[in-house]
Every structure is written in structure tokens, then in C-alpha cells.
Design a protein around this ligand. Sequence first.
Ligand code: AVJ
Length: 328
Amino acid sequence: MPTSTSIHPVLDQAPTTESFRKATLRGLRKNQKRVPSKFLYDERGSKLFDAICELDEYYPTRTEIGIMRENVSAMAEAIGPAARLVEYGSGSSLKTRILLERMGEDLATYVPVDISKRHLLESAEALAEDHPAVPIQPVCADYTASFELPESPRPARRTVGYYPGSTIGNFPRAQARAFLSQIADTTGPDGGLLIGVDLKKDVDVMTTAYDDAEGVTAAFSKNLLRRMNQELNATFDLDAFEHQVRWNEARGCVESHLRSTIAQSVTVAGESFAFEEGETIHTEDSHKYTLEGFASLAAETGFEVESVWTDDRSYFSVQYCTTSPDLA
Ligand code: AVJ
């Protein structure tokens, strides 16, 4: 039951089980087996990810929240009045709260986009309670595919993307470029993008963030096997795989894998897959950037980095990028 009139009906463009099946089979047939990381975020995965964000080892969330709190006035000023704020992968919308507390009334509308419908709705309802004056227009979609945005219920002066969490790190460079270009297309001229970008640092700090002592990240990762068992009739034995993390210097990313601890064969959607002992399924990349590296990537997509905020250890950055006001 809707709890608030400020929440508009969900625009439902959720990916189907069929798309999960197709992508999974395609990935498992490769030499280096892999499954796209967006499938980690079913309802249980989204909850586990929230738990990751509270781990001592997982510095990005805490650091980004600190940067947001400290600089929210400057961020609000950069975004300007009456913007339409579109958040890609809104999850629990925790960081958005910092923005909304500062600029709530100033926003034309808030459009959270997330792949997990339940999570999307719960977060929207919680936000609406605290910010009844801001229209909320939830969109359930895989934001890496093209999707429709609802029309703003109030005139918006510009569209600003919000992409926190260094989720851009999930993409290899070419895909990151394509995705930023897609956001630039969505915002159009005189648009903005407030984005969280994790920075390169000590390798131990970066890898430990994905390999916590409590095993929450391992559970998050293995949830993918559970999900395949449930939705694709797969036969994964969760005890016969372990979570493994590697820093890949050449690609500049932390890689997460699920490593088969024995030689085994597993069925997924009727198809059989052989695993050698030690063979892995690559589940996720978390790319790390230098400030220069991100600025040059953004420049290839029609965005220009206008402001950069960091913490005192330069672990993480929040950056405001703009598209030119006078594109075609
Ligand atoms: C949500 C993609 C930013 O890569 O840091 C955290 C996901 N996976 N721990 C990241 C994640 C395991 C996270 N992103």
C-alpha cells in the first residue's frame, strides 16, 4: 500500500529470468567463466551488499559519506535549483539522503533507478516519509541497458545523474566510457553528473576491502550460486566454491572470483559445465582510478570534470561533471 502521495507508480522495466539465464549461460561457456556482476543484486544480494557497506574493511562507503557530508553545500550549489536527479543503482539511497537533506525542496524530482524492485520500493517509501515535498519516481530497470525515464511532474531546469559508490568501477574502461556517454545523452546539454570514484591506493587496503574477516563479501559472492540454483535449476554445491580476490595491476582493478575447490561438474538450466580444481567463475571487477585517469575517461564521453572532492587520505573521490550548455 502506498504510504505517500509523493511516490509515483514504479516504472517497471525489470530484467526477466530469461535475460539472467541467457547471460549466465553465455558467460559460463567462456574459457574464463564469468557471470555479469549486476546479477549479484537480487533481494538477498542487495541486503548483503548493505551489510558489506558497514564492514570495517570496506572503506569506500564510509569515506564517500564523509566526503558528501563535508561538501554537500558545494555539491548542492553545483547542481543548482530545480534539477531532476536521476540515481543509477539507488539501492538503499543512503547517500542520497545527505543530498536531499540539503536540497530536498530545491529538487524538481528524484528518480531512483534500481534492478531490485523490492529494495527500490522500500527505499522510496522511507525517503518519501522524510521528504514528502519531493516527487519520487522509482524506475525498476537494468540501468546498463537502455530504459525509459518518466516525465518530470514539475519543470526541471537540468537533469543531473547521481552515481555514487564507485559503481562505475564495475565496468572495464570501454564499457565505463559507453555508460558515461549514455548518461550524457540522458542529461543532454547543460547536464550534470555527481559520481563517486574510488582511487588507487595501497594494494592491501584495496583487496582487503573485498575479503573481509567475517566472510560477508564471500556470502555476497556465493549468493550468485544460490541464485542460479533457485532461478536456473542449477546444481552448485556452495561448499565446493570459495570466494577469491585478486588485484590485477594491468587492468587496475580488484577481481572477485568463485573458485572451485574440487574438480566437479555442475548443471545450469539443463546445460552441463565442467570445473577443474582451482578453476574460477569471475564475478566482479572493481576498477580503481587516478584523478587524471578519470578526468580523461570523462572527457571522452562529453563530460568535463568541474569539481573534485576527496578525503584527507585521498582514498575516494566525489566528482561533479558537466556537459556543455550548448551542444546541438
Ligand atoms: C557496488 C560495485 C561499488 O565494487 O566496491 C563490494 C561492489 N562487491 N564488495 C564495489 C562490491 C563486493 C561494489 N560496488
